[in-house]
Design a protein around this ligand. Structure first.
Ligand SMILES: *Cc1c(COP(=O)(O)O)cnc(C)c1O
Length: 494
């Protein structure tokens, strides 16, 4: 399988090169040129999750043989998740919840960010690169922690994470500030998430343009979901959930299943489209948004328009107005890089674009979209706890609410799987409020109180958080980020 830029048919790369670079040089994303491939999807259903991952990842990333991939998968996942299944499913009423948060930082990003570091180092060897890889990441909370945990002490790599000073939750802040590992560095930036993200993008551009790291034995890369090495591992759990429903007798092999996905950057739901293209009988993909419902509008009207207010919600990992991975969907559906380049130019110039009617018809066939505000989110958490004794986090609750909207709108729906993307203990204040209590000002107290009321066990990594020593205290201004990176890049020991 050849990868190419979503904006230029002439810019191609092997899967290893695509992982190493993170992003195409023309600003496009690396995508498979086509997903029409011969994949024996039924053969993976009886396998363990890790063996499933080996088969699927070897098919999507053919720079690696199946034997090589099996070793990488073992290295990435063995002993790191709460269960060898990695991503268990649970029945809640008529629905099935796919729990993606049983990894080392209790967020679904662990699934991909456990795999990306081993793919990155293997890609570095494949491509004959001897430079150290320096990962730069801006985070609004979840990605930074999961990325550091994934890359910690991985030979040949270092990782630097920038987050908005005072702009992440106390739990997220503590998770990052206490991060261990000799190759990790965390720094708060005075400003909001956009300042941190713009700063990182500027560093990439300036380092490349002016050759600021050339000859220094270091090259930059990204751990954000623009990297195909982060997207591919997410395809696996769609197969895993489907196999669980077959094992439980809920469906026969070949029956469709609908998936509801709490969506931000469109990576998770795009992985569902990849699974469908590999042959898995995915029925509808249901895109669930919070009050930042730009994707609901796009999927129902065909107009993408970011000229709108940005809301801070209780599901912050979905507070996003530009969903990067949508670009890959546009490319895979139109197979027309020129057209994608045109739409993206329109997005950066006017903040908006409109897709042609034929394309809109394809979207209607594949997707259903809905949204849910904070009031609905908390109501869903409370109701599911009371009716089913199952405790959801705020992002999962958005998906749960939209799943009920979908079932009401489409009575002939297939069995529904709801993707659950975070532990409720990562957002304890909102969860406590949803359970009818005053959350107070101390998030750690709220965490303990949620456990007291519900007896749902708190994940180990969060339980010990408050006692762990703080290892990272740096705070800088946005204008100091470049110098900070250049200094650290050549420091022998962090
Ligand atoms: C990142 C994230 C999402 C959104 O996933 P995308 O792939 O960006 O669409 C949803 N929920 C949680 C908890 C997340 O961390």
């Amino acid at each position: 399988m050849i990868y190419q830029s979503t904006r230029n048919d002439g810019l191609t790369a092997s899967s290893a090169q695509a992982i190493l670079d993170g992003m195409a040089r023309d600003g496009g994303l690396y995508s498979p040129a086509s997903l029409d491939m011969d994949f024996d999807w039924q053969a993976v259903l009886p396998l363990s999750t890790q063996d499933m991952a080996t088969r699927i990842l070897a098919a999507l990333l053919p720079s690696f043989t199946e034997a090589e991939m099996a070793a990488l998968v073992g290295q990435a996942y063995a002993g790191k998740f709460e269960t060898d299944e990695l991503t268990p499913t649970v029945s809640v009423g008529d629905d099935t919840i796919l729990e993606l948060f049983r990894g080392p930082t209790s967020a679904f990003k662990d699934v991909a960010l456990s795999m990306l570091p081993v793919l990155m180092t293997a890609a570095r060897e494949k491509c004959g690169v001897t430079d150290q890889i320096l990962i730069l990441t801006a985070t609004s909370g979840d990605t930074g922690k999961a990325a550091m945990e994934g890359f910690r002490d991985v030979p040949g790599t270092r990782i630097m994470v920038f987050y908005p000073h005072g702009g992440v939750s106390p739990v997220q802040q503590a998770q990052m500030a206490t991060q261990e590992g000799d190759n990790v560095c965390v720094c708060a930036v005075r400003g909001n998430f956009d300042d941190a993200q713009t700063g990182v993008k500027r560093i990439f551009a300036q380092v490349e343009r002016e050759g600021l790291l050339s000859g220094k034995g270091v090259r930059l890369s990204s751990a954000n979901s623009i990297n195909i090495g982060r997207l591919a591992p997410q395809v696996v759990y769609y197969f895993k959930a489907y196999a669980d429903l077959v094992r439980r007798g809920r469906i026969a092999v070949g029956d469709p299943v609908d998936f509801v996905v709490p969506t931000g950057n469109f990576g998770d739901i795009l992985a569902g489209y990849f699974a469908k293209m590999l042959g898995l009988p995915v029925g509808k993909l249901i895109c669930a948004s919070n009050k930042n419902n730009i994707l609901t509008d796009f999927l129902t009207t065909g107009v993408y328009d970011r000229n709108r207010p940005f809301y801070k919600t209780v599901s912050p990992s979905m507070d996003i107005l530009v969903s990067s991975n949508l670009e890959r969907l546009l490319f895979l559906l139109t197979k027309d890089a020129k057209q994608v380049a045109g739409l993206m130019a329109s997005l950066s110039e006017t903040g908006a674009y409109t897709v042609p009617a034929s394309f809109k018809a394809q979207l209607d066939e594949l997707f259903f979209a809905g949204c849910c505000d904070d009031t609905g989110t908390k109501a869903a958490i409370g109701q599911v706890w009371r009716d089913h004794g199952y405790l959801m986090d705020t992002h999962t609750a958005v998906a749960y609410d939209v799943a009920q909207q979908y079932k009401a709108a489409c009575p002939d729906h297939a069995p529904v799987v709801i993707l659950s993307t975070a532990s409720p203990y990562k957002f304890p204040a909102a969860v406590l409020e949803a359970l009818g209590e005053d959350p107070g000002a101390d998030e750690f107290k709220a965490m303990a109180r949620v456990e007291e009321i519900t007896s749902v066990p708190m994940p180990k990594n969060l339980r010990t958080l408050k006692e762990r020593p703080v290892r990272h205290r740096d705070v800088i201004g946005p204008d100091d980020m470049l110098q900070y990176v250049l200094d650290k890049a050549v420091q022998e020991k962090w």
